[in-house]
Design a protein around this ligand. Sequence first.
Ligand code: FRU
Length: 527
Amino acid sequence: MQVSRSLFDLTPIAANVLRILFVCLLVPLVGCATDEAPNADETRAFDEPSRPQFHFSPAKNWMNDPNGMVYHAGEYHLFYQYNPFGEKWGHMSWGHAVSPDLVNWEHLPVALYEEDGVMIFSGSAVVDHQNTSGFGTPDNPPMVAIYTGHEENVRQTQHIAYSTDNGRNWTKYADNPVIDLNMKDFRDPKVFWHDDTDRWIMVVALPREYKVQLYASPDLKAWTFLSDFGPAGSTDGIWECPDLFELPIEGEAGSRWVLEVDIGSGAIAGGSGGQYFVGTFDGTTFTNDNPDDLTLWVDYGADFYAGVSWADIPEADGRRIFLAWMNNWQYAQDIPTSPWRSAQSLPRTLQLRNTPDGLRLTQRAVRELQGLRSDALVADESMRITSEAVIPGAEAELLEFSGTLQLNDATAAGLTIRHGDGDKKTLIGYDAAREVIYVDRTQSGISDFHEDFAAIHEAPLKLADGTLSLHVFVDRSSVEVLADGGLVSITDRIFPEEETHALELWANEGAVDASAVSVWSLNSIYE
Ligand code: FRU
């Protein structure tokens, strides 16, 4: 629907009324009742240039952080920061989608709208199985959303809303806010049920104090302050979107708690990014295992922010799955896509690994993504690479690569993707002398929308026996690199202009032995 932006620059309520009238008058066959979903009322092909083909993106308009991620009754819910009225940030509301498998998404109407000057900022959702809130019944436990109410230039407070029909319709709690510190910056509550202390725990950010606070509640309505954590790690940017969860350690008994905190600027690849702390949580306090001046980065690319994990994944499954906003506040509002802006990353399973440096986060693409594979273009092959080698037949717009590179005495090795005319390409490489893995998007395509976009993003990585394992996903406008079994993650948007899809392996000053190389062409989720 093409309505001028200025129409939507009216107050949201007035704009909504006009929008509904517009639809009623001009689209009588569709009818008014169906226009509750500005993000779902389109029959778009989702086939525009740069449109992600296997990452979640809204049909139209602006999206930022993932919110309210919760599994319930066979559905993964993904809510998200959404502007129903434009392609830039504003009028923040919660968009909504559900998926049976974390891969294919059904777009649903906006769940929570801005109202009375209160925007719906980031937050979480839980299933209140014991009906502690009284919003449902024991037989039909309510879904409760806990979010920040944002009053521009006035204050940020914590609010709740509930649904008794699997998240389809929401009622804001009459006695909101449930926490009010009379502060301008106090946001992004993440809530979970803590079995050991038999109560709800909230972790929430005090962005400008570089702190998170913990609160407890018996019923999601009355909250008691427990403790705070920070400043620690990186304080180069404001702290936002915390998450706190327990993770298993790969190949070992035992577990540890992870506190994830995002910083709005000054992250490892420039602009916004995520950091994490590893430690213990005793039901009241999070204690960092590491010195407070150690910063651990969640992802070394530029486009991975506000990562947050799903609540209520059944114990029989047992995974901790999260995803992040695949964009960067540095240039988020200017990336060259329309009529929508932003995508979410691939969902990833989190674990910890015991490394010589201590416990570190690992991220693996969820196994459900294997369902997108069409025939393998290369199936479990070995090859020796000197200089640059196109892998015959490994050509696909949507592509997954998995393989191991033995560097021998080569000084560098890696993959080239989306190699267009001349130097147009994106490199994924390992520099043996500097012991870093990197994504080089300096020549990746459109980059003139921000001076810092064309850059190389690198992560330290020491190889065991000179062997580099790589798992790479290439969508129409993104690349995600998971190296060394997910110990290093680099997520970058790219905007190639040419339709070239060959995959090349390369080696510098030596021969590299590639083994267990598989390449799949992936199906679009819109097919
Ligand atoms: C992070 C963030 C959150 C806030 C939301 C507003 O990207 O700034 O702190 O709740 O976006 O859209």
